[in-house]
Write a protein of this length. Sequence first.
Length: 95
Amino acid sequence: MPDQIWTVWWAWIALGVALGVIDLVMPGFIFLGFAIGAAVTGGLIGIGILGSAGLPLVLLVFAVLSLVAWVALIRVLGRRPGQEKIWDRDINDNP
């Protein structure tokens, strides 16, 4: 029986690369979290930890890894103090 696509490690790595490229043209770190999750999932399949897992388990691992990567990215690269501009008057107000 041929391998299913979710059990092929390079397919997950390719998905990670594609999501990383999408993140380059989109603002934020949303797709980058998914890209990291897909790449780590591909690595886990490649070294044999998820080699014989079914689709639900692989998708669960991908979702959890993506969430952890996204939270870590927000913590490390997120908004810094003083980065946002606070407006104290409206442009239409007369001085």
